[in-house]
Design a protein around this ligand. Structure first.
Ligand SMILES: NC(=O)c1ccc[n+]([C@@H]2O[C@H](COP(=O)([O-])OP(=O)(O)OC[C@H]3O[C@@H](n4cnc5c(N)ncnc54)[C@H](OP(=O)(O)O)[C@@H]3O)[C@@H](O)[C@H]2O)c1
Length: 302
């Protein structure tokens, strides 16, 4: 009996609203995992490949939401969610909605109030992988807000990826999502600028990449994210192995080298400016990590 119930829970029916590249991957993966899947999309033709493998295409959002105990929503943004779901009116009452689109913390909090006003149980979430990796091992999905919704539908959520519950604050999932994406873009820009810099001397990206990856991950990334994190929490940045002043010199060299080599200079200039501000605030004898003190505050008017 227990086994039957857990099997049922593992393969509970599910609805997916939104069939962009990500919604298609979610619905396809859920169907492949054995969930009876219903979909709705503004442009119905996008469901063609799903219908061919047995997915049900609902005519209306109300019909889609009524078809399953939980509706996974993956639309462009929060504004689109309101545009799509508001016309469903009373059909939303006592249903469960899990929102996987991207947005901002304020938008996530507003969505909770919106859902409560319609009698909807609501969980916010964010997807940390591109569509081809949905359903694969290590595909991280972030959730925050209602613990009850998370626990009750965890088995369905687990069919899409590794579900991580971050806490009761509904904004946590989108906040983590944007923080991780910021880290990705900053790292990519560092790598791309560095590649342009050596490229100015005729070095190919392929030649540089091998050395860059072999150096960056073990020497910079791993120690910084692992060992140094506790120091950030404590506001302790001992500069005995290298001071922020020394790092400002390095950033000055990067800026001047970029000028000499005729590549873009704004990115290194901005990094130098931020580090110089930390020095001006009295952290010159600390390590480079004292730049964290500048990042924690809103920018001052210049
Ligand atoms: N793609 C990725 O790599 C990725 C990765 C992580 C997270 N995400 C997030 O997942 C969400 C969906 O992304 P996506 O890549 O699938 O594509 P998207 O272009 O962000 O969203 C496409 C979906 O939104 C619908 N839509 C847009 N405007 C609409 C409107 N006014 N009324 C009704 N429906 C509307 C589209 O319907 P139509 O088909 O009718 O146009 C389609 O279902 C986004 O928030 C994105 O940030 C995407």
């Amino acid at each position: 009996m227990t086994n039957n119930r857990s099997t049922t829970m593992r393969h509970a029916p599910v609805t997916v609203v939104g069939l962009g590249p990500m919604g298609l991957a979610l619905a396809g993966t859920l169907a492949d995992r054995g969930h009876a899947t219903t979909v709705w999309n503004r442009t119905p033709g996008k469901a063609g490949s799903l219908v061919a493998k047995g997915v049900h295409r609902a005519e209306t959002v109300a019909e889609a939401v009524a078809a399953s105990p939980v509706t996974i929503m993956c639309l462009k943004d929060y504004a689109t969610m309101y545009e799509v779901f508001d016309p469903a009116g009373d059909a939303l009452k006592d249903r469960v909605l899990v929102n996987l689109n991207s947005g901002t913390p304020q938008e996530a909090r507003a969505a909770v109030a919106w859902a409560a006003g319609r009698g909807l149980s609501y969980l916010d979430g964010a997807i940390m992988v591109p569509p081809p990796l949905v359903g694969h091992p290590g595909a991280v999905f972030l959730y925050s807000g209602s613990r009850d919704v998370f626990d009750e539908h965890r088995a369905t959520l687990a069919s899409m990826g590794d579900p991580r519950y971050l806490g009761a604050g509904p904004e946590l999932a989108v906040l983590y999502n944007t923080a991780l994406l910021e880290m990705m873009y900053a790292t990519m820009n560092g790598y791309l600028h560095a590649t342009a810099l050596v490229g100015s001397a005729g070095v190919t990206a392929v030649e540089f990449a091998e050395l860059a990856a072999g150096w960056f991950v073990p020497t910079v990334l791993n120690p910084m994210i692992g060992e140094d994190a506790a120091g950030l929490d404590e506001g302790a940045y001992p500069g005995d192995l290298g001071t922020l002043e020394m790092n400002v010199n390095a950033l000055t060299h990067i800026t001047r080298t970029s000028e000499e080599q005729g590549v873009h200079t704004e990115q290194p200039r901005l990094m130098r400016e931020i580090a110089a501000r930390a020095v001006a605030e009295g952290y010159g004898d600390n390590s480079y990590l004292a730049v964290f003190e500048v990042f924690k505050k809103a920018a001052q008017a210049r």
